[in-house]
Design a protein around this ligand. Structure first.
Ligand code: MSP
Length: 518
């Protein structure tokens, strides 16, 4: 059994509806997953929900529902989102599920037995209204806590703590000697800067039940539940463990039966947003080290989307609703804009004008037009039957294929689309320059017209394969129109000459219908 390429997204809090940021992370992770699949690897893609903790408990209370009922209701909406986004995820984790909770308990028990935790009391200012401890920093210039905190009392609270300090130097050394562990570089430097300039405080891994009930009970002390981040990070390993990953036996009870033996751990990539870097690049590696488990190969950190240059916020109404955009413009138009507009790393800015401009220039006029012209002309001039193979653009197309393969394998998703669109522009230019529509009127040019038609249609076939990781539905449609029964999901099939002489193609159907300007 060989290890699969294992890729994950952050798991979303179920305290509201999905927005553009959540959709973005899932789409780029899907493109990576499909890219590896297309490159011939076996892939496992995990996404899902983070259901415990104060935020969710409060949201459930506001909705007047028990937390589990509240989560069960919203989980359907989030699961539907994976379908709506065309994700190829292999599983969907919910942290309130038994299979996950078992693994969290196993880790807690083991680390406790091995002396990684201690119980201590903490004295601080507590706001009952906000259900949180405050520090001196939260005081205003007048030395008082803001009225929004309600009554603030000094409180002593007991909790369990996870000893982090002894792993600090190890982690610095690890990140320094594994330069690709945190991507991009400037995020890696951020983590290193933090680790080198601060002494790691021990992590409080519990909440007293009296203050928070909605969490995984601490297996060795019934008065506490597990801190939501300690619980949530484990999802990356709990699901593989439940599916029988031999590398994660420590997360299962010896009595647990495992059905199929999948080999997933260590994860190849955890895709996350910039706000949760510390949890993934500091706490999670230390948890794994303490468990003596291998570390994920990479934490890949993306930026945040804004809308019209401002933070998206429900209160001001400037949110992008992914479902609304998909319903109006189609799934692949949405996926295209996300990946083409924003590379993995910096922050992005959604504008409706930008979206419409890319739709019209790159999808309708660029790709759509090329596929339409190629199929229409073959139908019109040769009854849809492919002439004998020609190699006129073969070298150029094969060079593009090599470039795109390289970019996809390095997760340079935006650059891969730029290369693909350079090829689309080249193919459209080739048609304009060779002018098959003129040659068609000159019977003595029949052999030349054959060469051009083969080149156009074969280029279209290869483009569908290159597009599949990002625009899977479009790639399938192109293959359908080409009357090919295979799936465009193998980059190995992008070698020139795949279309045989005499193959009969179907009729073109517009892929991205032109829209009138609103
Ligand atoms: N539940 C935690 C993650 C636990 S992972 C073990 C969480 N949830 S979240 O719902 O708040 O965010 C989920 C992901 O969405 C995070 O990676 C976050 O960075 C990302 N995004 C949330 N808003 C975003 C944007 N506006 N733009 C891009 N991504 C954003 O954090």
């Amino acid at each position: 059994m060989s290890k699969r390429f294992y890729v994950t997204t952050a798991i979303d809090y179920v305290n509201g509806e999905p927005h553009l940021g959540h959709a973005y992370e899932k789409v780029i992770t899907d493109v990576m997953a499909r890219a590896h699949q297309s490159l011939g690897e076996e892939v496992f893609y995990l996404t899902g929900l983070d259901e415990h903790g104060q935020k969710v408990q409060q949201a459930a209370e506001s909705a007047g529902l028990p937390p589990q009922t509240y989560c069960d209701g919203l989980a359907e909406t989030w699961r539907d989102l994976t379908t709506k986004l065309g994700l190829s995820n292999n599983d969907f984790v919910r942290t309130s599920s038994e299979r996950h909770k078992k693994a969290v308990s196993a880790i807690l028990n083991r680390l406790n037995d091995e002396g990684h935790f201690y119980k201590d009391s903490y004295q601080g200012y507590y706001s009952t209204k906000e259900e949180t401890f405050l520090t001196e920093k939260d005081k205003g210039p007048d030395g008082q806590f803001d009225a929004m905190y309600g009554e603030v009392t000094e409180l002593i609270e007991e909790n369990y703590y996870f000893k982090l300090g002894k792993h600090q130097q190890w982690l610095i050394d690890y990140i320094e000697s594994n330069p690709s562990f945190v991507y991009p570089d400037y995020r890696r430097n951020e983590v290193l800067g933090f680790l080198k300039n601060n002494t790691l405080e021990d992590l409080c891994i519990t909440r007293p039940k009296s203050r928070l009930e909605w969490g995984i009970p601490l297996p060795f002390d019934p008065d506490f539940v597990t801190y939501v981040w300690f619980d949530a990070l484990v999802n990356y390993a709990s699901i593989p463990a439940a599916l029988g990953d031999p590398a994660l036996g420590k997360l299962r009870a010896s009595s647990d039966e495992t059905s199929n033996e999948l080999s997933l751990w260590p994860a190849d990539v955890h895709v996350i947003g910039k706000d949760i870097l510390k949890f993934h690049a500091v706490y999670w590696p230390i948890m794994l080290k303490a468990m003596d488990l291998p570390l994920p190969k990479q934490i890949c950190v993306h930026g945040w989307w804004q809308k019209d240059g401002e933070k998206m916020s429900k209160s001001t109404g400037n949110v992008v609703d992914p479902i609304g955009v998909i319903d109006e413009w189609g799934l692949d138009a949405f996926r295209f804009y996300l990946v083409r507009e924003l590379g993995i790393g910096p922050d992005g800015n959604w504008t409706d004008q930008g979206f419409e401009a890319r739709y019209s220039a790159e999808l309708a006029n660029g790709l759509g037009n090329l596929v339409n012209r190629s199929l229409s002309m073959l139908n019109r001039y040769r009854d849809g039957k492919l002439p004998k193979p020609s190699r006129e653009l073969a070298d150029e197309v094969e060079a593009s294929v090599a470039r795109v393969k390289e970019q996809l394998s390095k997760h340079e998703l935006q650059a891969a689309l730029q290369s693909i669109w350079a090829l689309i522009a080249r193919a459209n230019q080739y048609i304009d320059q060779t002018a098959p529509f003129k040659l068609a009127k000159q019977p003595e040019q029949a052999a030349r017209l054959d060469e051009i038609l083969y080149t156009m249609v074969e280029t279209t076939r290869i483009l569908a394969i290159l597009l599949w990781p990002t625009l899977p539905t479009t790639a399938d449609k192109i293959f359908d129109q080409l009357n090919l029964s295979a799936s465009p999901d193998r980059l190995a099939d992008a070698a020139w000459g795949g279309l045989a002489e005499g193959h009969q193609v179907g009729k073109p159907v517009p892929l991205f219908p032109r829209r009138d300007k609103k």
